[in-house]
Design a protein around this ligand. Structure first.
Ligand SMILES: NC(=O)c1ccc[n+]([C@@H]2O[C@H](COP(=O)([O-])OP(=O)(O)OC[C@H]3O[C@@H](n4cnc5c(N)ncnc54)[C@H](O)[C@@H]3O)[C@@H](O)[C@H]2O)c1
Length: 403
């Protein structure tokens, strides 16, 4: 058996059954890096061991089976595994709390729990998106415990659900506190990308990641604000958007309006806001606009239906936070459901991927709903032609069916 600096595995991923950890582990394993996925979710580990992704990931199952067949990918719920790897990559959740402040507990609790398993000479790579200064804090944590462990920060920048294909073609940002560690993590990430390695300082890498997500979130907010301005004036935004973009290169990258949600963009924008003493005006404005789009949809319905809205049945198509995903974490469809519950008679929800016993079939929605709101434009809904349902009012902020 190959050994890596005397270790059984080259890489151990803490959080290895998660949305980032699993595809990353699979890509590493298929690139020849002997990888073990450490996770507390034993059910997910069992599915992985059987060659099945526990969530939707394009090309995931095939890539996972290839990695297992190569005997380069292993799973474990035993923290002892940490001590058997040359690199330990941490990709645990880094949420914000109910006051929109960064929540550090997840990573620090895990480090406290696993501390005794870290070995001298190991490199700990943080892959979670973190509040600026976290990498240094964790390096100090090990130094104070007199553990000669070197800490690096190498952020993840994939689009959830497409990591298997994207990882190979994304430049990898790497950072560490000394040249030797930087070289070792650069060599590791060079194995999974055909693109460049971009070395920076840890705090620069932390901010590069937070700026990236905030930038994306703000761009969605611009489109959503334009959409709401047009609708408030009774205008058709799609015509305006087309006029702006058609054969005009400078506007091509303006996103379409739509619900901007999910487990990353809002919380990372708020992490940056906390780092900016809550003076990140653009970030907060983006949050109000993106979250407010749901209220706007209901407000427009109230304007159209006046008092009769309370007698209407509303159907929501798509409960995932984005198209073609089975992830409902922080999905705005749930906020829409809540507000619609207050304003309408009945709210019915459906999703081809998100399982919930309260949801109904798409056929049921078409039988019962007076109003259908497209909340996540899954490919499954592409064949629906609203013109075939003259008695139903369709709300399609995405312009999905006209495109
Ligand atoms: N989801 C994305 O597309 C994406 C993209 C870029 C960056 N990120 C960042 O990556 C990080 C992880 O996000 P995610 O979406 O993969 O989260 P996730 O919840 O899907 O994965 C986290 C995993 O950690 C496991 N876990 C929790 N506590 C553990 C412990 N003590 N020991 C071992 N395993 C434990 C969980 O069971 C889960 O499988 C976050 O910081 C996020 O901001 C996510």
């Amino acid at each position: 058996m190959a050994v890596f600096n005397g270790m059984k595995y080259e890489l151990c991923i803490i959080g290895g059954a998660g949305h980032v950890g699993l595809p990353l582990g699979v890509v590493f394993a298929n690139s020849g890096v002997k990888t073990v996925l450490l996770d507390i979710n034993k059910e997910a580990l069992k599915e992985i061991q059987e060659g099945k992704f526990p969530f939707k990931e394009r090309g995931g199952n095939e890539a996972l089976r290839a990695a297992l067949e190569k005997e380069n990918l292993f799973t474990s719920s035993d923290p002892q595994t940490i001590s058997e790897a040359r690199f330990v990559l941490v990709v645990l959740g880094t949420p914000i709390d109910e006051y929109l402040s960064p929540e550090f507990g997840g990573i620090t609790r895990a480090l406290d729990k696993y501390e005794s398993h870290f070995q001298e000479g190991q490199i700990v790579i943080l892959r979670s998106t973190v509040y600026p200064g976290t990498t240094e804090k964790i390096q100090n944590y090990f130094s104070e415990k007199e553990k000669k462990v070197r800490v690096a920060f190498c952020p993840e920048r994939i689009t959830q659900g497409y990591a298997i294909e994207e990882t190979k073609v994304l430049p990898q940002i790497v950072s560490a506190f000394d040249e030797e560690t930087l070289k070792e993590v650069s060599d590791l990430f060079r194995k999974i990308t055909q693109e460049k390695i971009i070395p920076v300082k840890p705090v620069e890498a932390e901010l590069a990641k937070l700026f990236t997500n905030s930038w994306r979130y703000i761009r969605f907010a611009v489109a959503n604000q334009f959409f709401m301005i047009a609708q408030d004036h009774g205008l058709n935004y799609q015509n305006i958007e087309r006029a702006m973009k058609e054969d005009y290169a400078r506007n091509k990258d303006l996103p379409s309006p739509g619900f901007a949600a999910g487990p990353c963009l809002l919380k990372d924008t708020m992490q940056l806001a906390a780092f900016t003493n809550n003076n990140f005006w653009l970030g907060h404005a983006a949050m109000l606009i993106n979250e407010g789009l749901v209220n706007h949809v209901i407000k427009e319905l109230k304007r159209e239906y006046l008092d009769s809205l309370k007698d209407k049945t509303v159907g929501i198509l798509g409960m995932a936070f984005k198209a073609n995903s089975d992830d409902h974490r922080d999905s705005l469809s749930y906020k829409l459901r809540k507000i619609a519950h207050v304003e309408c008679r009945t709210v019915l929800c459906t999703d081809p991927y998100v399982k919930n016993e309260q949801f109904v079939s798409v056929e049921d929605i078409f039988k019962k709903a007076d109003i259908i709101i497209l909340a996540a434009p899954h490919a499954e809904y592409a064949d629906i032609n609203p013109k075939n349902y003259p008695n139903i009012r369709f709300i399609d902020i995405w312009n999905f069916w006209s495109r």
